[in-house]
Design a protein around this ligand. Structure first.
Ligand SMILES: [Mg+2]
Length: 443
């Protein structure tokens, strides 16, 4: 059994762009650790000898983008001349040619800058494949046979927790229900929550206003940033809880601010506001630390959420198998695209962890809009207790922006992976020569 693209295109050039938005001006995206983020993307365009281009990006927050762009250029050297049929029919081989590039893997493997760059490139391949088939990427995956999905899934180094047979079993169990679930998603969408209200730099009035606006729009989950000052956090949590009422959900996010013991003590002082979870309480690499926080806070009704800086599926395996996370917030650009994310979703299904993917930034909502649909239709089979992040910033730059209603992502209809930015945005926000940055430098 093999997967052939219906129209075989050859990659003729790879363009890498450094796109940055001056979001630090308004403190959009500010948290306890990232105090002046300029939301950015290392943006990859695969040019072809046919009618389509593949667009992919990875999200960063400022000057670091130049390093990721350099890694994208280095890693993509072997792509020109390759055909999509060659790539897609041996997708895992292609994937490993990037993650195991013998002269690049020393600065990984499968972590940090080199993995972010891999994600940008592989995301562009998925986008191109979707465009060739004239299907959104979620649909492309949901129409594959269970065995074909597994052919695309990177299970290397996690097979001790999830064997090939067990993964196949999960996919086969869900397969008969796919059509019904797609119809449900088409009608109701997939549950989402908003982080737009709770950036650390916002005033009390702005938080209250944004919560009220969120309720009006139909949101049921609200997340705020915590971790700089306990009295400030108590005041802000109280504002949110009073504004959203007792039945809607409040989540908290510390962005790795604390030591392990500090995380536990800090959150005990926020228990009265009934947070559903504490997100990134400490270093994203600290599996034992997350386990200690989870053990201490679970009896108080607070779960542990983490994953936006979890560097690969192998770390996720440990967090899940150690019972150190309740909510898995995989990131669509930190993991090396759909191939690795499928493995994480399958492990989560096997180990009863709920996937609530990280989004926001630049383009992450675009990707998540596809990924949650794949999870619901093909893997988890439920969205109960699950909710995908959503942030309203910057979507105006995309050619086919996410569609959302009353606290839910709607099914994407446009072909590809939804990440293609408008040419005008690519032009104006390119760093340092786009007009936005030239004008700022002249001030
Ligand atoms: Mg977060």
């Amino acid at each position: 059994m093999s997967i052939e693209p219906t129209n075989d295109l050859r990659i003729t050039a790879v363009k890498v762009l450094d796109i940055r938005f001056p979001t630090s001006d308004e403190l959009d995206g500010s948290d306890a650790v990232h105090v002046d983020p300029d939301y950015s993307s290392a943006y990859v365009i695969l040019e072809t000898d046919g009618a389509h281009q593949g667009h992919g990006l990875t999200f960063t927050i400022g000057r670091g983008t130049e390093i990721v762009c350099a890694a994208c250029r280095s890693l993509s050297q072997g792509l020109v001349g390759r055909s999509m049929s060659d790539i897609v029919t041996n997708f895992l081989e292609f994937h490993r040619s990037l993650t195991n590039d013998s002269q690049a893997r020393w600065i990984g493997p499968e972590k940090g800058v080199i993995h972010l760059a891999t994600a940008a490139i592989v995301n562009a391949v998925w986008d191109l494949w979707g465009k060739i088939e004239n299907k959104p990427v979620w649909q492309l995956v949901c129409e594959l046979e269970p065995r074909q999905i597994l052919e695309l899934t990177e299970l290397r180094y996690v097979s001790d927790v999830l064997s090939h047979d067990r993964a196949l079993n999960i996919l086969e169990q869900q397969a008969p229900h796919r059509e019904k679930r797609i119809a449900e998603l088409r009608r109701d969408g997939y549950p989402a929550y908003t982080t737009s209200a709770g950036w650390l730099g916002y005033s009390d009035e702005k938080i209250r206003e944004l919560c009220l606006q969120g309720i009006e729009e139909g949101w049921n989950h609200f997340k705020i940033k915590v971790g700089q000052d306990i009295e400030d956090d108590r005041r802000r949590c109280r504002i949110v809880r009073e504004t959203i009422g007792p039945d809607r959900h409040l989540m908290t996010d510390a962005n790795q601010r604390w030591e392990v013991g500090e995380a536990i003590e800090w959150m005990k002082q926020l228990v009265e506001f009934k947070p559903l979870w504490i997100e990134e309480p400490t270093s994203p690499d600290d599996i034992l630390g997350h386990k200690a926080v989870a053990d201490a806070l679970r009896p108080l009704g607070i779960g542990v959420a983490t994953g936006e800086m979890c560097q690969n599926r192998i770390i996720f395996k440990q967090l899940m198998a150690a019972d150190a996370m309740d909510f898995c917030q995989y990131d669509s650009c930190r993991l090396a695209s759909v191939n690795e994310i499928l493995a994480v979703m399958l492990m989560a299904a096997e180990l009863n962890v709920r996937c609530c993917p990280h989004a926001g930034g630049v383009g992450l909502c675009q990707y998540v809009n596809h990924l949650v649909m794949i999870d619901y239709v093909c893997i988890a089979g439920t969205h109960e207790g699950r909710v995908a992040e959503y942030v309203s910033h910057l979507h105006e730059h995309f050619a086919d922006p996410w569609r959302q209603k009353a606290g839910a992502y709607l099914l994407p209809e446009a072909s590809g992976y939804g990440i293609t930015m408008k040419p005008d945005s690519l032009h104006r926000y390119a760093h340092p020569h786009g007009s936005v940055w030239v004008e700022r430098a002249a001030k």
